[in-house]
Ligand binder design. Structure first.
Ligand code: RP5
Length: 167
């Protein structure tokens, strides 16, 4: 059995600046990942082949990012029963509102866990994948808790700095 990994798919290389946040979070948690440009519309057969193969090779979670008429996450969710996280990319004249609705409005029975538009969503996709893996992995669960505690400490430090400035 090959090593478990997360697959990060994006509809275009133009999505990479947004999706860098996802890759950074996965690296923080030492999660093995594959990143790939593949499109629901432009390369549907290659997308299907990759998802089928990735699942067989041990992919635990798919993270799919796309902008405009963003059907990548939904198309992937139709192929696999692994959890699929969708990231609506904030590009084009509608700035990701189109991608949000295209990603989130899945028919019953084929869910896509859709995160926020843009880089905050991309970051959360990484954290959500870590939390999904943590369900069956105590070390990952501890790492997620530690990261959450660090984030709380950072907010408290910001507040302390604000109070010092106001004093
Ligand atoms: C989507 O169309 C891609 O995910 C990207 O967000 C958007 C624009 O793609 P490019 O024209 O930059 O390749 O399919």
């Amino acid at each position: 059995m090959s090593k478990p990994f997360v697959a990060v798919l994006m509809g275009s290389d133009s999505d990479l600046p947004t999706m860098q946040s996802t890759l950074d979070v996965l690296k923080t948690f030492n999660i093995t990942f594959e990143a790939k440009v593949t499109s629901a519309h432009r390369t549907p057969a290659a997308t299907h082949a990759y998802v089928t193969d990735a699942e067989a090779r041990g992919c635990k979670v798919f993270i799919c990012a796309a902008g405009l008429a963003a059907h990548l996450a939904g198309a992937v969710a139709g192929i696999t029963t692994r959890p699929v996280i969708g990231v609506p990319v904030d590009c084009g004249p509608l700035q990701g509102h189109d991608a949000l609705l295209s990603t989130v409005m899945m028919p019953g029975g084929v869910p896509v866990a859709t995160v926020a538009i843009g880089s905050a969503g991309a970051k959360n996709a990484g954290y959500l994948a870590a939390q999904m893996l943590a369900v069956g992995d105590d070390a990952m669960a501890a790492a997620v808790k530690e990261e959450r505690a660090k984030s709380a400490e950072a907010v408290q430090a910001k507040d302390a700095a604000l109070q010092a400035k106001l004093a």
